[in-house]
Design a binder for this molecule. Sequence first.
Ligand SMILES: [Zn+2]
Length: 424
Amino acid sequence: MSSKADSALKAVINASELVTAHALKPKTGEALSDLGIIKNGAVVYQGDSIVDVGTTEEMLQKYQPSSLIDAGGRVVMPGFVDPHTHLVHMGSRHEEYECKIAGKSYADLHKIGGIRYTVAMTRAGTEEELFVKAMGDLDTMLIYGTTTVEAKSGYGLSKESELKLLRVASRLNKKHPIDVVSTFLGAHTVPEEFKDNKAGYVKLVHEMLVEAAPLAEFCDVWCDALGFTVDECREILADAKKLGLKLKLHVEQTGWTGGGELAGEVGAVSADHLDFLSAGGITSMRSGGVVGILLPGVTYHLMEFKKEIAVKAMIDGGMAVALATDYNPGTCRTQSMQAILETACRLYRMTYAQAINAATINAAFALERGDSVGSLAAGKRADIVIFNCTEHGVMINNFGINHVRTVIKNGAVVVDDGRLSRVN
Ligand SMILES: [Zn+2]
């Protein structure tokens, strides 16, 4: 730590529940229900790192922090990790959504606009316009308690535009308090100009990978009847792996294609959506150590409850599950992880504890950051949220409002009394 202020010991004390959510590997089965709560807890931190956690009494006996934040009997948790978003884009599709309310399906909308509409808007946007819009979205995420977020490209679908989106994500990571993890999603959909030449576009994705790889940490593909086949995805992911990228997949969203099985086979870090995941997919993902990212906001927003999503079978089957917003203009327009927890408990019947673990420690593992964020423990980043409630379940039961009071990111207060307190 360079400055004097940074080297000072600080602490958040008097948490009615200090939800540590700590684990050394993704929580599965019974462990997913254990939040590691310390009653009347405190967290001591120095600079951007946590030094210790325990009861307030223990921590104040052991340390003499020079600055204290009194949680005043409220819930304190790790910042949310949102491991699946399409953060960088232009335009809104709220008008298209009204057509959907009137009865059109996602597949119908995909034909008349959908992703391609956002692609046209995003290609037309300058880097500065994309940056300013995404900064505003990140501010909203921060106010709602998110401190780490993944951001995919995939609305450019040309070499120039995809690289533009990755450069914007990298600038966001440097400029905004939220950590932004970058993913290349060239294989999001086939752009208009390749609509009669899918093979030509797949070839272009392979070519784009070379220049995208230095700007991204992950490579993602949309493995779906509306996107790319299992074989196309396998080849793109194999190339990505050779270039040093870690792997993610969108799978089994609009129907079963075998993407869950592929995720286990290729050793992906995560496979996301999972609405139509098969029993074989659960086995493959569990044995491959793949975290399944559930996106209940999409299920809710698209209003297509064709089938009960097998979340219980995934958890009982020993698969690790995480939660994310999938924030994007078409299929899930919310920046709020609190909204996602509320939806997961109602639509998927996850318990409060399962949802919170899935949105913190397991979400961190879904980005290969389980050793640095997602829980409150010594050595981890001081990403701490104080909620305006005395029990964690209230945050999910009392839905549709923002319960966040204070957000501490890397040891600095960035949201105070529900408002942004940082200076850009
Ligand atoms: Zn997505």
